[in-house]
Structures are given as C-alpha cells and as structure tokens.
Design a protein around this ligand. Structure first.
Ligand code: DX5
Ligand code: ZN
Length: 218
C-alpha cells in the first residue's frame, strides 16, 4: 500500500497566529505543512514570503511543502530554500525555463515539484517528469482557499499515475484545491499520494479525525 501524505495548507488559518496554526497541524497527525506563496501577479492574491517561512521553521520539524504561485520563481527559489523549505513546487505556467528551475531546486538539496493549473495538460510536463520529486495538480484555479473542486482535473492525476508506472518513475502526485472528507476518496482513487487541505482542515471541529478519515478514504 502506498503512503498517503496529508498536507494542511496554512492559507486558511488565522494569519494573526501562525505559530498556533502550525501547532494545530503538528497535533493533528498530518504529515506535511503546505505553505502557499502568492505574489498578486501570477494569482490575484498575496500571502507571505521567505521571512515567515524561516521564522516558522524554528517552530516545527514537519516537512515544509512550499507551493510558489509566483511569476519568475527562479528569482526566489534560493531564498525559500535558505528559509527552510524541504520541497519547493513552482508553476509550469510561471516559469520560462522550468527544466532549469527544477534542477536549481535539486541542486539546493530540496525536493523539486512542478504544478499545473486546471487549464494545463499533463503533456506539457512529460519531458520533465524524470527530474521531479513531485507533481502538484491544481484541482481549483489557484489563488484562494475554499473553492469547489473541478472534478475533471482528476483525469490528470490518473494520467500521471499511469505514466509514472509505465516509465518506472517515483515522483509523488499531489492534489490541491477543494479537498475535504467528501472528495478525498476520489482523489486517492485517481492515484494521488499527497492531499493538500486548507479550508477543510481549519474548518474541522476535530482535525485529527479529519486527517485520519482523509488518509483512509481510499
Ligand atoms: C490555492 C492553494 C491551496 C489552498 C487550498 O490556490 O494553492 O493550497 O490553500 O485550499 P482549499 O483546501 O480550501 O481548497
Ligand atoms: Zn497550494
């Protein structure tokens, strides 16, 4: 049985209490902390930068899964690596030289990920897969938490799982957007290894139970 990673997104937390929100993740039994970085250009929203990641790094030993929703990610990849990211995922649509950017992440000793928005097909990243540790399939249009999943995006998760098997590759498949206890089963059935959860996680009365339920919903 493959390992499933639950990655709560801090986007839906109370931004006035980052440390507390991080503790909630650690206490819930979740595996990763998903940190959404938005620049107000690539996506119509703004969040935070490397300084906050660095400060949070001192407060958690969890895997920091940094999701860059920023233009020209190459410029800031070194700063997020230095801040303590364990994995750095950037958007194919935001990088001119995605191959170079992925290589840069690995050279910095971090796990390299590429994300695709709902309108981007899997074929755009097929040549890059052997150099990746993770592919993040956006299951909503990026920019905001609390949106409804676009179920058609799960076809891309399925396609990636098929390609991975056929080519004997080992990248993880992550799905991000609109995942909750109700949709997690379909996402896992499609072949995802990582479930990012923002609003469902912070909105749950019992976060531990949600994490358990999502993990076992396949
Ligand atoms: C959206 C972000 C997501 C977001 C998911 O652009 O990349 O990580 O936090 O939030 P939910 O789970 O509420 O869709
Ligand atoms: Zn995200």
């Amino acid at each position: 049985m493959r390992k499933i990673y639950i990655a709560p997104s801090v986007l839906s937390m109370d931004f006035s209490d980052f440390a507390g929100a991080l503790r909630e993740i650690d206490d819930s039994g979740a595996d990763w902390v998903h940190l959404d970085i938005m620049d107000g250009q690539f996506v119509p929203n703004l969040t935070f930068g490397p300084k906050l990641v660095e400060d949070l790094r001192n407060k958690s030993a969890s895997f920091f899964d940094v999701h860059l929703m920023i233009n020209t990610p190459e410029k800031l990849i070194p700063a997020f690596a230095k801040a303590g990211a364990d994995g750095i995922t950037f958007h194919l649509e935001a990088a001119v030289h995605a191959h170079r950017a992925a290589g840069m992440i690995r050279e910095l000793g971090k796990k390299a990920g590429i994300s695709i928005v709902p309108s981007s097909p899997v074929c755009l990243i097929e040549e890059l897969l052997s150099g990746l540790d993770l592919v993040l399939v956006m299951t909503v249009n990026p920019g905001f938490g609390g949106q409804k999943m676009i179920p058609e995006c799960l076809e891309k998760v399925k396609k990636l799982a098929r390609i991975r098997e056929k080519r004997g590759l080992s990248f993880l498949i992550s799905a991000d957007g609109g995942i909750d206890a109700g949709t997690a089963g379909a996402v896992l059935a499609a072949g995802a290894d990582v479930l990012v959860m923002g609003s469902a996680f912070y909105g749950a009365a019992d976060r531990k139970a949600l994490v358990e339920r999502a993990r076992n919903s396949r």
